[in-house]
Design a protein around this ligand. Structure first.
Ligand SMILES: [Zn+2]
Length: 356
């Protein structure tokens, strides 16, 4: 064998060896892959779209770390506490609370799963604004907003609270700047602003927009001063008696028409609420800053029968909340509406309530 032949044979052997090593390597890789796929078939979805790699936590082992996208990971993890009134143990009828300074209200909870009220603990995020007692009684301390929280195990139900201040200026009562006239709060005889420009401007806009939809809304009765109301009321007292007069006419100073913010639309007639105009007014007046002041079903709160025609200007922001939460001005401002003169007839509500 020549030297050249020996070199050739050596080279051929090395090539065979390399091929063999390569083949063994491929075989080992294939076997390992098959085995692993059998053991962990669902580690990753076969066709995971880019950027949407979903972690399959129950299939993950330490030897197979799964790349997780932080944004999707956040969604798959349960939140530390339930911050919702839905689906939990603690529910509330009204997910908000309005309070005046020095007024107290107990937040009524609806509890499920045999949970009792004494298992609930109460906290607030601002102890300067409200005080919360262990039974859920909340007292307004100063003007402002905060959150009261009902806690049960890992659940936390948050109730936003607004505390308002009632002030009296020159005989007029204001709650957070909103002038109040109802059975409890009256206006002095010399308060005589006429229909206020802000009310008229908003009502003109309301009328124009209604007219564009082919609806005829107009001012039936707007401003009434103290003297006029006094004349109406006194003639009723003379003609009948005080308790009869109280069921039909506001006492002088107690009529909301004296505020300058109130309009009776079209005709004072129960049928108005069923007209296209009445329905449009109920659905849209808040968009112009008005509320239906004496809603149906709230007679005991407002002290007046349902009046589909009587609207009150409170500004767009307040009107939207009052409309959305389906509440009255009394509830929104945490005030009552009843004559406090010990005359039982004057406080009779419901069907005998007076008309405004
Ligand atoms: Zn009215």
């Amino acid at each position: 064998m020549t030297y050249a032949e020996i070199r050739k044979r050596g080279a051929r052997r090395r090539r065979y060896m390399m091929l063999l090593i390569l083949l063994i390597g491929v075989l080992i890789f294939a076997v390992v892959k098959i085995v692993l796929n059998t053991v962990h078939p669902k580690v990753l979805p076969a066709e995971a779209p880019p950027g949407d790699i979903v972690p399959v936590l129950e299939e993950t082992t330490e030897s197979f770390p799964v790349v997780t996208n932080p944004s999707t990971q956040k969604e798959t993890l349960p939140p530390p506490t339930k911050r919702s009134s839905e689906g939990g143990t603690i529910h509330v009828k009204q997910p908000y609370l309005y309070l005046r300074i020095n007024h107290s209200k107990k937040i009524p909870l609806i509890l499920s799963n045999n949970v009792t009220a004494d298992q609930i603990t109460w906290t607030t995020d601002d102890a300067n604004i409200v005080d919360v007692e262990p039974d859920g009684t909340v007292t307004g301390l100063q003007k402002g907003t905060c959150t009261v929280i009902a806690n049960y195990e890992d659940e936390a139900l948050e109730i936003p609270v607004t505390v308002r201040e009632l002030v009296t200026i020159a005989g007029c009562t204001y709650v957070d700047g909103i002038l109040v006239a109802n059975k409890t709060y009256s206006l002095p005889p010399d308060y005589d602003p006429g229909l206020l420009p802000v009310t008229k401007e908003a009502f003109d806009l309301l009328m124009a927009d209604a007219a564009e939809e082919g609806l005829n809304i107009y001012e039936g009765s707007g401003y009434r001063d103290y003297k006029f109301q006094e004349t109406c009321y006194n003639s009723m007292v003379r003609g009948y008696n005080k308790s009869y007069a109280d069921t039909w006419s506001a006492r002088p100073g107690h009529s909301e028409h004296q505020t300058g913010y109130t309009i009776d639309c079209n005709t004072k007639n129960e049928a108005f609420g069923e007209t296209d105009e009445g329905k449009w007014l109920a659905a849209h007046c808040y968009e112009y800053g008005f509320i239906i002041r004496y809603p149906k079903g709230k007679e005991k709160i407002t002290g007046y029968n349902y009046e589909s025609w009587h609207i009150r200007y409170v500004g767009k922001e307040h009107a939207r909340i009052i409309h959305d939460q389906d509440i009255t001005l009394e509830e929104y401002l945490d005030i009552d509406s009843a004559y406090h003169d010990g005359d039982p007839d004057a406080a009779v509500l419901g069907e005998d309530s007076e008309s405004e």
